[in-house]
Design a protein around this ligand. Sequence first.
Ligand SMILES: NC(=O)c1ccc[n+]([C@@H]2O[C@H](COP(=O)([O-])OP(=O)(O)OC[C@H]3O[C@@H](n4cnc5c(N)ncnc54)[C@H](O)[C@@H]3O)[C@@H](O)[C@H]2O)c1
Length: 344
Amino acid sequence: MSQRVLVTGHQGYLGTVMVPVLRNAGHDVTGLDNGYFADCVLGPEPVDLSNLPVDLRDVTAEHLRGFDAVIHLAALSNDPLGALDPQITFDINHHASVRLAHAAKEAGVSRFLYASTCSVYGAAGRDLVGEDAELNPITPYAISKVRVEDDVAALADARFTPVFLRNATAFGFSPRLRADIVLNNLMGHAVLSGVVRVLSDGTPWRPLVHAADIARAFAVCLDAPADVVSCRAYNIGTEANNLTVAQIADAVCETVPAAMLSITGESGADPRSYRVDFARARTELGFDAQWSVADGARELYEAYTAYGLTTDDFGQNFTRLARLQALRSSGSIDGAMRCVSAAV
Ligand SMILES: NC(=O)c1ccc[n+]([C@@H]2O[C@H](COP(=O)([O-])OP(=O)(O)OC[C@H]3O[C@@H](n4cnc5c(N)ncnc54)[C@H](O)[C@@H]3O)[C@@H](O)[C@H]2O)c1
């Protein structure tokens, strides 16, 4: 059924892939984004979309009236960003997200799909972790995700259906590319320098999922029966893509002619290591991720070479921490990461 959907963070890496998927499914989509990465595009310009250029921290129920569903992606989205200024991460990722959910409920929005993360499991070792496993978030980013799940779950009732999609680490091409996620990063180094540089010892486990599969999972959750999904957490990915960092690097080496593997171990022990069970989404939603890491590696290799990825773009515009630091240095955003000029 066609719905009016507001996507926060629609100008991000995942949102740029998700919007066309939702539109193709017949939904009427509006975006809300403060545009940190709006101009950071590789390849074809993304389809234009009506946008509420509002900071997440300023959203009120008035912005949300008339929507059937909110898909909430906007966030300072990764661990290094969270470490940059933990308080701002908590303000945006936790407090503003919970306020958004309250405002959505007040405005009569009936469904709230939240982009959580498998990194809520933290250091879980070799055993597969399902949604009911003990959560062990170890960064401000992951802690804020757990807090939002808890606080928003408390709002659920017959009129308001929150769903928590715990996405695996994404990979794959998006016109608003990210270089700071593992497969995209290793492929970038391979294409730009011929060397696949792994800074850990390669042993940590990572669950991976293609951006297009995440988009499909959200589309499925828009339509799923409320009595099945209300207040439910779903791991989004597939067991075949639970890989060690060394295995991910091998997939890159197999794709890029003459690429050399260098496992330096210089970043020391990485406490984030977990293998994830994705059975609940298969059973309850009929959802399974389709993209393999090998297919994603080929897609990225072709996109990086066809669209002429440069070292500058890779290290600056497509790397979240570097991009936000550059916006701060240029005065486009202030110390609280609020936009202060039309440049953003
Ligand atoms: N990419 C992944 O591997 C991954 C994995 C698991 C979960 N997630 C989650 O999915 C969501 C989307 O991730 P992404 O990779 O697209 O992130 P991204 O950083 O590419 O995009 C986030 C978007 O949110 C916007 N935004 C940030 N703060 C805002 C604010 N205060 N007001 C308005 N807009 C704001 C940014 O401008 C950006 O367009 C995030 O919540 C992230 O935590 C991502």
